[in-house]
Write a protein that binds this ligand. Structure first.
Ligand code: ADP
Length: 386
């Protein structure tokens, strides 16, 4: 609702009022005239740019921008005054500012316009985005950590499957060779000692190969896990942001429901984030071509058994029946270009942390993936041993 503008403020009082507003307003504010000359700066703007009002009053606002914007600004203003075409006024935009010391920083700029009978002013409201961009940089870093780890784990998972598959024929070879040795011991033939020697050596080599594979499996199972006490809500929040990058435009309603009773867990942060990222990405994939409600609910609840249950539920089409029984096994996929390793990696990680992972159909349609983690506090010793 419009309120009547007070008209009974004396010019000096108005000046004092403006000065006091500019001194206290937490935002950086700059007022310029239609020539682009600096008229006023809020105290926050003085601090942000490193100039005092006295230093820059009457100077061109281009001073607060790096080239080439500095040189182009007058032309921008002229074009607006000539054509009335708004490119930034009333819209707001992320631009680059330059401080007195020459350093630049990202800022969000909104411009308001004020006309009096004979003058024309522009007011710029500025929000320093340095912190926000730092958050984004941190997120990128996190993303590359998780991606790196995913590749490593995918490799480990493949090695483990391969080791398992190769170990069986190797054991069979070794058993057959032992059988041959026993038979050869009973045969009296001039060539049999040589044959026995060769077969014995072949059996040794098969054992050696089995040993190498066993060591590889042990190494993979142990991994490079580094467990620390971590805040689970924070971990979920970070992983959620990471997994939903690029999904923001796909019209998916994402909700986080974190039980206030949950807090610390003893985990390898990157590995658990990898589990969450995998599950959330799968949920996003399940909603990609789905016609219907598109929602993902990420929930964490404290259990009575000292375990925290985390679930990722989607409203997608549900599991393909042909893979439902083999889910969590490596190389099970319905996706073109899918590796089918995500869920098996999730299972390896969750089980190595002493938890459990399982899937259920969502009664109203869609899928719910659940996993448990031991809450830290009193149980850390057990968690570390597992
Ligand atoms: P990938 O994503 O490479 O296929 P995963 O192991 O992560 O490997 O998933 C295996 C398969 O499980 C997927 O191809 C898909 O068919 C099924 N799946 C996983 N999550 C969901 C889900 N939320 N909804 C429906 N199907 C899913």
């Amino acid at each position: 609702m419009d309120r009547p503008v007070p008209t009974d403020i004396a010019p000096q009082a108005a000046e004092a009022l403006l000065r006091s507003i500019l001194q206290t307003v937490p935002d950086a504010m700059i007022i310029i005239d239609e020539q682009g000359r600096i008229e006023q700066l809020s105290t926050t703007a003085e601090r942000l740019f490193g100039y005092s009002l006295a230093e820059v009053a009457g100077e061109n606002i281009g001073k607060f921008m790096p080239p080439p914007y500095r040189e182009r600004h007058d032309a921008y203003m002229r074009r607006y005054l000539d054509t009335g075409e708004r490119r930034i006024i009333g819209i707001g935009r992320v631009v680059t500012g330059q401080r007195k010391d020459g350093t630049t920083f990202p800022m969000h700029l909104t411009i308001g316009e004020l006309r009096t009978a004979d003058r024309h002013y522009f007011t710029g409201f500025i929000r320093d985005l340095t912190d926000q961009q730092l958050t984004e940089a941190r997120l990128k870093e996190l993303q590359s950590e998780v991606t790196h780890m995913s590749r490593f784990t995918a490799l480990g998972e493949m090695a483990s499957t391969l080791a398992h598959e190769i170990n069986q024929p190797l054991t069979a070879i070794s058993n057959y060779l032992r059988g041959c040795l026993r038979l050869l011991e009973r045969i009296e033939d001039p060539a049999s000692p040589m044959l026995r020697d060769a077969v014995g050596k072949a059996a040794d080599q098969a054992l050696r190969a089995g040993d190498i594979i066993r060591r590889l499996r042990e190494f993979v199972a142990r991994g490079d896990s580094e467990r620390r006490i971590e805040s689970l809500p924070k971990l979920i929040e970070d992983a959620g942001t990471l997994a939903l990058i690029g999904a923001r435009d796909s019209n998916i309603a994402v909700t986080f429901r974190i039980d206030p009773a949950i807090d610390l867990v003893m985990v390898d942060r990157i590995q658990i984030q990898q589990v969450l990222v995998n599950l959330i990405r799968n949920a996003v994939d399940a909603l990609a071509d789905f016609n219907g409600p598109r929602a993902i609910d990420i929930e964490a609840r404290a259990g009575t058994d000292g375990m925290t249950r985390v679930s990722v539920a989607d409203t997608g089409g549900g599991l393909a029946p042909e893979i439902a029984r083999h889910l969590f096994q490596p190389f099970v996929t319905t996706k073109q270009g899918g590796m089918g390793l995500g869920l098996s990696i999730c299972r390896t990680i969750v089980e190595a942390h002493g938890g459990r992972i399982w899937v259920e159909a969502r009664p109203s349609g869609g899928t719910i993936f659940n996993f448990t983690l031991r809450a830290a506090g009193g149980h850390e010793e057990d968690a570390r041993d597992e």
